[in-house]
Design a protein around this ligand. Sequence first.
Ligand code: SF4
Length: 490
Amino acid sequence: MKIAFHTLGCKVNQYETDALKENFKSKGHEIAQDESFADVYVINTCTVTSLADRKSRQYIRRAKKLNPQSIIAVTGCYAQVSPEEAASIDGVDFVIGNDDKMNIPEQLEKFLVGMSITDTKKSKDVGMSSNSDSRTRAFIKVQDGCDRFCSYCIIPYARGKLQSRPIEHIISETKNLIDKGFKEIVLTGINAALYGADMDSELQMSDRTGVDMDSELRISDVNDANAFGKNSGKEVLGIESVIKELNALDGDFRIRLGSLEPTVIDANYIKKLLKYEKLCHHMHLSLQSGSDNVLKSMNRKYNIDEYMQIIKVLEQFDPEYGISTDIIVGFPGETNDDFVESLKITENVDFCKVHVFKYSNRKGTAASKMSGQIDGTEKSRRSAKLITTGDASAIRFFKKNLTKEKKVLIEEFVKKLDCYTGYTDNYIKVYIDKKYFNDNCTNSDLNLDSGNGSNKNRQVRSEISKNYINEFVNVRLTGIFEDGMLAEPV
Ligand code: SF4
């Protein structure tokens, strides 16, 4: 059968879709290159905001229109949190939660022979041999679940208990991907900073009932004695244990962290990570608000001082360290003064990127029951203002990097700009004019759009510009351009 996928949401969802593709391929199915026509559509949904729910439903309906005879399987966080609602959408054949996601091929076989879809055993930990779309950067999921219960967040209800993947699996999967030529390994998880916390039953955190027993516990409280995993006899240092192992592997590759939650790690812990030379000088540290009052009602276990201590450690280590963040505007009870605190922090910190989100009410979360809900117009006003200060923050960061030399991983050729693009280790997107590469092909030869397009394009591109895609190139940053910087090889 021809199977098409549509994935919404985070890198973990993307990783799981790639693992599912491998699973289906191993059972002899064909993976559709695009969503134009397929026998089966697997929609891997997200529910982090009401917009994500709406988009999930839109893609489910769209798939049925693309092929009315197709089988529609819905999985992911929307399916996990609202299974009945998902199942009630016209054309949906079966709904599978996150825990069972990896067993969709088996469930499909059952469905095809008219058997009922039943909860099967917990999906086993499936490693992956290669990421299907990218050739340069590979995501590796290190853990699942979160127990922090930030008051606005639905994820702990959608993803459940902490589950860290055995470190041996992560190491062998990384070796496999390096052997396949991947040059960047992105460590991702629902809350990667909590890697290993479930490996010690004593420290087992709460389940989905929302009773967070130990969420006061922060990694700095337990790490001194390598408490994580002390009963397992394994030295588990949280996410550091993974970075330590991968950093020791041979190969010309770099490690990038998806994101680290300041609700778990602190400045002391960050210091420990900086010694690993393969680790990119970039961290995504979700701040969520610049106001201590709002952070408190968000149940985020840090204050602005503690967050700024982390920033200070990173900037002292490398003044061009790339720090990206997320900030929510319009959280229930957020006063204009609170909002001004969020503006101030983006004026004081040179973030490489600030992602701004309007608060989205998620049924079942603590915040959804709070008073002081903010109306949509005011949320949009605050969002627009913060996006502007966030962009100014990024420009300051780019200016700080002007004339600096950086190592870039070339990811693709962009025809309409006639240049190669890729990212520095401190997460600046760079544009390098083709003239710097003795690549004597012409536009018409290339005739390519960046990244997507048919196999023929891919084949032509790889033959002509294979010298540079997936290559590390040392460059000097020469100017600010589009959402990144111009650069020339040195
Ligand atoms: S740390 Fe908070 S925001 Fe992040 S996934 Fe967990 S509950 Fe959600």
